[in-house]
Design a protein around this ligand. Structure first.
Ligand code: PEP
Ligand code: MG
Length: 540
């Protein structure tokens, strides 16, 4: 029996087989080889296998994606037939005597660079294809064939780290829990695991080796432990703990239908954060008063290409209809940093968290933004919609956003398409700049929502993604608390409501502080709605 200690992220106790999921490109090193023919054969076999995988993927996805969207697999197959790509890899093996896997890594870099340097936007879009195809080859060459070898039964997934895109790609029914060597509590992978209610732990360290693949394991999302090959006594003890946890969860369900009201009689709205239309079911199951943050970028991440206006409209409409008049705050696209869509790869940046992301993309590429806004406004007649904009740093940005909204609604008017005139517009307060000018910003919008994840990152100058800084990342640092206080005061001075939708909202040790500051609402992962309700009812 081996017990590894990490950090808890999402509570819950699960028992099952461990499946170690490796990202191939992180483990490939350069090697000089004697037998170049053997490496050429490895590459040729991998190429043929990748081609047949892509053919299968195309056939199986046409029925639900349609031929146009599925054609991405045809484009990728063509790359594998492309003489230039093939001869580049062969040359690396034959002339530089490199191992096949490393030759593919070099080809991936070289062709991505080539496509990026071409001015034409269409050619640039091939960068994602080059990377995906190369990754597929690497998975085959390294013995891990990606989607093809994902287990068919429920397992505990373990890895060095997961990206939000990895999690979106897994079949939820087969993921009992998530365990990582590294990771961070406020990465989008962790946040996504929280909104999907997948018990998770991070930071287990390098001992979580691939030799544990296939072993029986217990993941304890309460203590942050991963127990491998548990002995009989431990297994019994953990099964008992699991039962107690489940009973506690049932007890919490008794709070459904009750008010979020403090002992002093103050009412606090409790909303849920979601990343997909399916998240609404969980939010309703836990009796959320509304959706405080729908991270719409997950629609883009899950999609093989830019989601169309119609696809987005259907999703927003479904969410609004299912929430039956309860508040739904949908945040516009917040791609960037650790949230990447395979078809949207901006150039490599030195500081991606400070880079081309969120509203900056929306304002620089208004075509993408307008498609989303049209879908949102069209859906607005089906419920109670608020639209929120991420990473705001100036009044000017809000004015630009409003100009674009005016264009979109004018188009809808001239097309005689209905939309609600009551859509409220709000912004995320997640940069120190926004806090410092919150008085001015409050005069421009209908509400504020404080994103403590990014606000902490930027206030403390601590990368929210860096596992080495995990212990320094403190969303209730006095400086962050002061930022929250300033924001709440300026919002209330202007007569607009303010909520917290970052992970700090679920920190029950500070609920009383947030209430004292005058926060109007807290928005948390769906499975935290009832624990938070319980806490609010115990507060003064
Ligand atoms: C935040 O930054 O606190 C937030 C809610 O947005 P995200 O976590 O998606 O960056
Ligand atoms: Mg943020």
């Amino acid at each position: 029996m081996v017990t590894l200690k990490g950090t808890k992220v999402v509570s819950g106790i699960v028992i099952g087989r461990l499946f170690v999921y490796m990202h191939p490109d992180k483990h490939i090193s350069r090697a000089t080889v004697e037998d170049t023919d053997a490496q050429l054969k490895l590459f040729e076999d991998a190429r043929n296998k990748a081609i047949s995988q892509l053919e299968e993927l195309y056939d199986s996805s046409v029925p639900y994606l349609g031929e146009t969207n599925a054609s991405i697999f045809v484009a990728q197959e063509m790359l594998l037939e492309d003489g230039k790509y093939i001869s580049f890899v062969r040359k690396q093996i034959e002339e530089s005597r490199l191992n096949a896997a490393y030759a593919v890594v070099l080809a991936s870099d070289e062709f991505s660079r080539l496509f990026t340097s071409i001015e034409d936007k269409y050619m640039q879009s091939h960068v994602a294809d080059v990377r995906d195809v190369s990754e597929r080859l690497l998975r085959i060459l390294c013995g891990a064939e990606g989607e093809m070898v994902l287990p068919q039964e429920p397992c505990i997934y373990a890895s060095d780290d997961f990206s939000a895109g990895d999690i979106v790609g897994f079949n939820r029914d087969n993921v009992l829990g998530l365990a990582t060597m590294f990771g961070s509590q406020v990465s989008h992978a962790s946040i996504l695991a929280g909104t999907m209610g997948i018990p998770s732990i991070i930071g287990l360290g390098q001992e979580m080796l691939s030799i544990y693949d296939g072993r029986c394991a217990i993941l304890d999302g309460q203590s942050g432990e991963l127990i491998i090959d548990p002995d009989k006594k431990t297994l019994e003890r953990m099964k008992k703990k699991q039962k107690e946890y489940e009973e506690h969860q049932k007890m919490l369900l008794l709070l459904k239908g009750k008010n979020n009201i403090t002992r002093g009689g103050k009412y606090i709205n409790v909303y849920a954060n979601i990343g997909s239309a399916e998240g609404v079911e969980t939010a309703l199951m836990y009796d959320a008063g509304g959706i405080g943050l729908f991270r719409s970028e997950f629609i883009y991440i899950e999609s093989l290409t830019y989601p169309t206006e119609e696809e987005q409209f259907n999703i927003y409409r479904e969410v609004l209809e299912k929430m039956r008049g309860r508040k739904v705050i949908i945040r516009t696209l917040d791609l960037g940093t650790d949230k990447q869509a395979s078809y949207f790869r901006p150039e490599k940046e030195n500081n991606p968290a400070l880079g081309y992301r969120a509203v900056r993309i929306s304002l620089a590429q208004p075509g993408i933004f307008k498609t989303q806004l049209r879908a949102l406004f069209r859906a607005s007649v089906f419920g109670n919609l608020d639209i929120m904009f991420p990473l705001i740093i100036s009044v000017e940005e809000i004015r630009q956003i409003k100009d674009i909204i005016r264009e979109v609604t004018a188009e809808l008017d001239s097309d005689n398409i209905e939309y609600s005139r009551d859509v409220r517009l709000g912004i995320m307060i997640e940069t120190p700049a926004a806090v410092m000018i919150s008085e001015e910003l409050a005069g421009e919008v209908d509400f504020f929502s404080i994103g403590t994840n990014d606000l902490t990152q930027f206030t403390l100058a601590i990368d929210r993604q860096n596992p080495k800084l995990e212990t320094y990342f403190n969303s209730i640092h006095p400086a962050v608390m002061k930022m929250i206080e300033i924001t709440v005061n300026n919002a209330h001075k202007a007569g607009i409501p303010v909520d917290i939708c970052g992970e700090a909202a679920a920190d029950l040790t500070h609920t009383q502080d947030f209430i004292n500051m005058g926060i109007d609402a807290l928005s948390v992962a769906p499975n935290m709605v009832l624990p938070l309700r319980k806490k609010i009812r115990e507060c003064d």
